[in-house]
Design a protein around this ligand. Structure first.
Ligand SMILES: Nc1ncnc2c1ncn2[C@@H]1O[C@H](COP(=O)(O)OP(=O)(O)O)[C@@H](O)[C@H]1O
Ligand SMILES: [Mg+2]
Length: 230
C-alpha cells in the first residue's frame, strides 16, 4: 500500500440483521482516500452514507471485506483497539453538534483529552489553540446555551481538532445551519484541509456544500454509483 493512502476500503460490506431480514447497507465498497483529501460523500437517504462513515470512523466494523487506516487493518480490531484508534486519529463533527449542554466552549473542546494522558495544563492550552483556529478566541468561557448554532458547530470542530487527528469526519455538518453560516463552517473545513493538511470527509445532501470539496463520491443502494472531481 502506498504511503500517502490514509484509507483503503476493500470490498467492504455491512449487513444489518433485523429479525429475519437482512438489510445490505453496503454491498462491496472499494475505495482509496489519500492524506490531505477533502471528500464529500453524497447520495439519497438510505444509500449507506452514515453506515460508511461509521466504519471509516471506527465506530463499527465491516461484515466482510477489509478496512485499512494508516496501513493498519481495522477490520480485525476488537472494541478497545477501535476506541483507541478513534481517540488518537479521528475527530467527529455531527449535524446536531453533540455538545454538552450548559458547559463552556473550553470544557467541550477539552473533552477528548480527558481520556488521554495529556496533563491538564497542556490540554487547556491545546483547547484554547483549537478554539482560536475556529475563530472563537474570546468566547472560550461562553456556555453552549449562550451561543448560536454556527458557534456551536465551531466548538464541535474545535473539539474534533483538539487531539491533532489525521482525519475529521463530518456527517451533515451544515444540515442545521442557515446558508450563510453553513458557508462559514465550510470555510473552516477548507482552511483546516489546506493549511493543516487534515484529511476531511463530509456527508452532505447539499450540492452547494459539496461544490467546495475536491472530490465527490455518490452512493446509491450501498454501492458507489459515481465519482466527480473538480
Ligand atoms: N442499525 C441499523 N439496523 C438496521 N438497518 C439499518 C441500521 N442503520 C442503517 N440501516 C439501514 O441501512 C441502510 C443504509 O442506512 P444509512 O447508512 O443510515 O443511510 P444514509 O446515511 O445514506 O441515509 C438503510 O436501508 C437503513 O435503513
Ligand atoms: Mg445518514
Amino acid at each position: 500500500m502506498e504511503n500517502n493512502n490514509l484509507i483503503q476500503l476493500k470490498d467492504v460490506t455491512r449487513v444489518y440483521q433485523m429479525g429475519d431480514t437482512e438489510v445490505r447497507a453496503l454491498k462491496g465498497i472499494s475505495y482509496i482516500i489519500k492524506r490531505g483529501d477533502l471528500l464529500a460523500i453524497m447520495g439519497p437517504s438510505g444509500s449507506g452514507k452514515s453506515t460508511l462513515m461509521n466504519i471509516i470512523g471506527c465506530l463499527d466494523k465491516p461484515s466482510d471485506g477489509k478496512y485499512f487506516l494508516e496501513g493498519q487493518e481495522i477490520s480485525t480490531f476488537n472494541k478497545n483497539e477501535l476506541a483507541r484508534m478513534r481517540n488518537k486519529k479521528i475527530g467527529f463533527v455531527f449535524q446536531n453538534f453533540n455538545l454538552l449542554s450548559r458547559t463552556t466552549a473550553l470544557e467541550n473542546t477539552e473533552l477528548p483529552l480527558l481520556y488521554s494522558d495529556v496533563p491538564s495544563k497542556k490540554s487547556r492550552e491545546m483547547a484554547l489553540k483549537a478554539l482560536e483556529m475556529v475563530g472563537l478566541k474570546g468566547r472560550e468561557l461562553h456556555k453552549t446555551n449562550q451561543i448560536s448554532g454556527g458557534e456551536m458547530q465551531r466548538v464541535a470542530i474545535a473539539r474534533a481538532l483538539v487531539n491533532d487527528p489525521s482525519l475529521i469526519l463530518a456527517d451533515e455538518p451544515t444540515g442545521n445551519l442557515d446558508t450563510k453560516t453553513g458557508q462559514e463552517i465550510m470555510e473552516i473545513f477548507t482552511t483546516l484541509n489546506k493549511e493543516k493538511g487534515i484529511t476531511i470527509i463530509l456527508v452532505t445532501h447539499d450540492p452547494e456544500v459539496a461544490e467546495i470539496t475536491e472530490r465527490r463520491v455518490y452512493l446509491r443502494d450501498g454501492e458507489i454509483e459515481r465519482e466527480e472531481e473538480s
